[in-house]
Ligand binder design. Structure first.
Ligand SMILES: [Zn+2]
Length: 296
């Protein structure tokens, strides 16, 4: 794979062949089959609800964000697609710009709770370069957003960098900070595929009942999510020392993927959520539209 998500001006890429994965959705509990298909330059990433009449399309763009309760859901007309963030993170992380994502139901499979299954699918299909340039996404000025004690900020920078902090009142998680930037070598030990993609979804044992009563996490299990109690991890071992914060960073990459590419910015998030991630993506898009590169 020649190119990764540097965020800099460079050519685009799509998959070399179609590839398929199947699995259960975290919140709906519905099993869906997803087929990733090559798409022409400038298509972007487009979901296709193959189970609905006329196979409506839902573009993976900021404008399509519908709701962000514990996952990111997109909508175009009546068609929705839920929990898009892990697949989008893998596509951003491995530099796949253009793709049709056929799905025969309302929610992406959670797989093992990480983005590893999507990374493996992309590598199985292979990627192909598309010579058309993709413009870099720049910020005219810093952006900060706050919601209670959670916040997210983006500072203009020469290259994308992401830093995440979390603070949970369970001893096994506690305070964690992690910082990451895209690597030139997609196989490097600190690459997206090695350092971020394997980090799994996690949850707190004492919140599970309440979430289930709200009709959420119907597809969640100890096979696809790390569960933490006040006594420690219910289903160890962890894949990394800081697997929870790495997973939050994975979610952030996926949500920023709604911009197409990572912006040329240092994004710092603390105790943030899909809602704040999506709000930042919207603010970055507005900023980029108001002040396109070269217009300064
Ligand atoms: Zn996630």
């Amino acid at each position: 794979m020649a190119r990764v998500a540097s965020g800099h001006d460079s050519g685009q890429a799509t998959l070399a062949a179609a590839v398929q994965r199947q699995g259960i959705g975290l919140h709906s509990g519905i099993v869906t089959t997803v087929t990733l298909r090559p798409a022409p330059a400038h298509t972007g990433r487009v979901f296709v609800r193959t189970d609905l009449p006329n196979q409506p399309q839902v573009p993976a763009q900021v404008a399509a964000v519908d709701q962000t309760l514990l996952s990111t859901e997109l909508r175009q007309g009546e068609a929705t697609v839920r929990t898009v963030e892990h697949l989008l993170a893998a596509l951003v992380g491995l530099g796949v710009d253009n793709l049709y994502i056929d799905i025969d139901g309302p929610e992406l499979p959670l797989l093992d709770g990480s983005a590893l299954g999507w990374v493996e699918a992309i590598r199985e299909a292979g990627t192909v370069a598309q010579p058309e340039p993709a413009p870099a996404l720049t910020l005219a000025q810093p952006i900060t957003l706050q919601q209670g004690d959670a916040w997210i900020a983006a500072f203009p920078a020469e290259a994308p960098r992401l830093t995440y902090g979390i603070d949970f009142d369970v001893a096994a998680i506690g305070h964690q900070w992690f910082s990451w930037q895209p690597t030139a070598d997609p196989f490097a030990p600190d690459s997206f595929a090695a350092a971020i993609a394997p980090a799994r979804t996690f949850g707190l044992a004492h919140q599970i009942d309440a979430l289930q009563q709200q009709g959420l996490i119907k597809g969640g299990s100890l096979d696809n999510a790390l569960v933490c109690s006040h006594e420690g991890w219910v289903n160890p071992p962890l894949r990394f020392d800081q697997e929870p914060v790495r997973h939050k960073l994975l979610d952030l990459i996926g949500d920023l993927g709604l911009l197409g590419r990572l912006p040329l910015a240092h994004v710092v998030a603390y105790k943030a959520s899909h809602r704040l991630h999506a709000a930042l993506a919207q603010a970055i898009q507005r900023s980029a539209l108001e002040c396109p590169p070269g217009a300064v």
